[in-house]
Design a protein around this ligand. Structure first.
Ligand code: FMN
Length: 328
């Protein structure tokens, strides 16, 4: 494959832009895209070189991020007035080739799809407390349905004992990460203009019920947070799948993005707390104690906030290839 930005069809550029707006661990953007010429097909590939060696050695979170990128590409196709024809894992011998999206029959975009398309550029990850305004039950019901439609289970954790157990598992995993110098260096390497913006990490990571990632090494300076807002933690949610294959990770990623976009369209933002799912023993405990034996793929807090920090993305010049041209 060769890099030939100037030769791309407009639809491929549009889809690459939409796909790139997906969330990814530490904004690692572990993907590249390929256009099959004349807007025939749009391919999503995992970029192994952008995988996080210590946070995500098995590549599960990278595939989830690519699943979120796939959902954005699907919504972009719908917003152009077509149905997307999607093949998951189209080449059995090439596990990094995750999905192919093509344009199928014309079908007008629905109200919900237009809403989600409209919130793609305005959805941003939150870190820190939310306002006191609760997430409406009806919205949580809608989000449960959206996740189900993508093959994932959206589990609200609101029982206080279960919440405490979940918070303990997040704390255990976060302590493992903080004690590991290599891990601390890996996340610190992603803070900055091309990765996670430092302004978005200024709250002490322990200021709500669930421990956050210590992107700025704040805990070394302030072992105890100057202020805690446990009641501003928001609604804690687990996204889980019945199995744990690459296809399940892709489904979890699509469900994640569908939930995030629909929530953002209704003024609700998400914070991520995926640390307990990155330490195998802790994930095992999480699976049995919290997720009813299902495979937990994401841990989120949902809530309202007026603060947003946009993160940059690589543009199509860096991410989009033509798969039908000879390598230069
Ligand atoms: C699988 C996955 C795991 C993530 N885990 C965390 C996390 O534990 N803590 C966190 O602050 N953000 C986490 N994020 C969010 C990313 O840091 C965020 O998506 C990225 O910095 C891009 O910013 P944006 O979502 O505002 O566009 C995660 C995202 C994904 C897709």
């Amino acid at each position: 494959m060769s890099l030939a930005y100037e030769q791309h069809g407009r639809a491929a550029l549009h889809l690459a832009h939409a796909a790139s707006l997906a969330p990814s661990p530490h904004n690692s953007q572990p993907w590249f895209f390929a256009e099959e010429g004349h807007d025939h097909g749009f391919e999503i590939h995992a970029d192994r070189e952008r995988r996080l060696a210590l946070t995500d050695p098995g590549g599960r979170e990278a595939v989830i991020a690519c699943g979120a990128a796939l959902f954005n590409a699907r919504i972009a196709v719908r917003n152009l007035g077509f149905r997307p024809a999607v093949d998951l894992l189209p080449e059995s011998g090439n596990p990094a080739y995750l999905a192919r999206v093509a344009f199928a029959a014309h079908a007008p975009v629905t109200y919900d799809e237009a809403l989600m398309a409209g919130s793609m550029a305005h959805r941003h990850t939150h870190r820190g407390p939310f306002t006191a305004e609760p997430v409406p039950e009806e919205l949580l019901d809608d989000l449960r349905e959206h996740a189900r439609a993508e093959g994932a289970v959206f589990q609200v954790v609101d029982d206080s004992d279960q919440l405490d157990q979940l918070a303990d598992l997040v704390r255990t995993a976060e302590d493992v990460h903080r004690a590991d110098r290599g891990h601390a260096a890996e996340i610190a390497g992603f803070v900055g203009p091309a990765g996670v913006p430092a302004e978005g990490c200024l709250y002490h990571p322990d200021c709500v019920l669930l421990a956050g990632r210590d992107y700025l090494g704040l805990v070394r300076q302030f072992a105890v947070p100057p202020q805690r807002w446990v009641s501003r933690t928001g609604t804690v949610v687990v996204l889980a799948t019945p199995y744990d294959t690459r296809a399940d990770w892709l489904r979890a990623g699509q469900a994640l993005q569908r939930v995030l976009l629909y929530a953002a369209a209704h003024g609700v933002r998400a914070a991520f707390h995926t640390q307990p799912l990155e330490v195998p023993a802790v994930r095992g405990e999480f699976r049995t104690r919290i997720a009813f034996g299902r495979f937990p793929q994401l841990v989120l807090r949902l809530g309202h906030t007026n603060q947003t920090w946009a993160t940059p993305r690589r543009g199509p010049a860096e991410t989009l290839l033509r798969s039908d041209l000879p390598v230069r």
